[in-house]
Design a protein around this ligand. Structure first.
Ligand SMILES: [Zn+2]
Length: 328
């Protein structure tokens, strides 16, 4: 069972309406706070045949199906599940980035069958919901407009502002918080993470993102070493290393680096890269402030497009090439 201490209020709030839940809940908040785990735990609890207080019992048939990850009354819809026979051939470096309309249509068929457990819920978990494209969002909207009985749609979103307003308005929104710094550090220490405070800073206070950063620490350090080369960076040889993190995290890594270049240039302070001060110092001597600002905007735009299927190695090469040109 995964249930984070900083989510207990939200858990209670939902459990108070357990017998009378709305058709759709939207769990929203910054990435790395543990929303997805919360959503799975909630699904487990709602589908459990003999919950203990508010939690899944862990031993009934329903809980058993969850363990095997094939619960007949539960569906997880996320970009990774996308059909492999979709039209355009994809580069192997491109992660599935959208929830397709085919995935939502399959849901319609699935929901037209009755639930496997009499008088029980079905739960459809859609995560991250901002990866719905126009077609799949509209197909989902139709379902939310005429929601099937005993079915809970659980939407999880890091960027709720990108959802259709017509979808958001049909969901009860639950704000999922980040823990306090002390609580996050406690948790990271309990996971055996070294250097927890630096990693938590790097992750902007999001504990699961900090844990992830600790797991791919070496990969990120390697990328930072590349960025430290400034104008000497080889965009065409290192784009794939960035892309191995996935487009969104690759851009996130770049954004943090650029944030610190700017910060160091203006205030001689670094927020995320205390261990790379020397490199920042050196690059600040030659970085062009105006070019830096326009590059920052380019990254911001790229982040908004990060779930777009065209986001690929070529786009990242282009971004890295741009990076080498912000230095005089
Ligand atoms: Zn159970």
């Amino acid at each position: 069972m995964i249930m984070y201490s900083w989510q207990s209020q939200q858990w209670q709030h939902i459990m108070q309406q357990r017998k009378n839940l709305p058709h759709a809940l939207l769990l929203r908040g910054g990435a790395g706070a543990g929303k997805q785990d919360f959503a799975i735990e909630l699904s487990r609890s709602l589908l459990c045949r003999a919950p203990v207080y508010t939690h899944a019992c862990g031993v009934c048939a329903s809980c058993g199906w969850f363990k095997e990850m094939h619960h007949p009354d539960f569906r997880l819809i996320s970009p990774e599940d996308a059909d492999t026979n979709e039209d355009a051939p994809k580069k192997k470096t491109t992660k599935k980035s959208q929830i397709s309309v085919a995935q939502i249509r399959q849901l319609i068929d699935y929901l037209s069958l009755s639930s496997h457990q009499v008088n029980h819920h079905r739960v459809i978990l859609i995560s991250p919901a901002e990866t719905l494209n126009v077609a799949s969002a509209n197909a989902l909207l139709k379902m939310l407009e005429e929601p099937p009985a005993n079915t809970l749609f659980l939407l999880v979103s890091n960027q709720p502002q990108r959802l259709l307003a017509t979808i958001t308005s049909r969901c009860q929104a639950i704000d999922m918080p980040l823990p306090s710094k002390a609580e996050a550090l406690n948790w990271l220490n309990a996971q055996g993470v070294n250097n927890a405070e630096a990693l938590l800073d790097y992750a902007g206070g999001a504990p699961l993102a900090a844990l992830q950063a600790s797991e791919d620490g070496d990969a990120i350090v390697a990328l930072i070493n590349q960025l430290s080369l400034g104008a000497q960076l080889q965009p065409f040889t290192c784009a794939s290393a960035f892309l191995a993190l996935g487009m969104e995290r690759a851009i996130d890594t770049l954004q943090k680096w650029i944030f610190d270049l700017m910060s160091y240039k203006l205030t001689q302070k670094s927020r995320y890269h205390a261990q790379h001060i020397k490199a920042l110092q050196a690059l600040c001597k030659s970085v062009n402030l105006k070019a830096l600002i326009s590059f920052q905007q380019k990254l911001y735009d790229a982040k908004k497009m990060a779930n777009h299927p065209l986001s690929n190695e070529m786009q990242l090469e282009n971004i890295l090439l741009h990076y080498t040109r912000i230095f005089n």
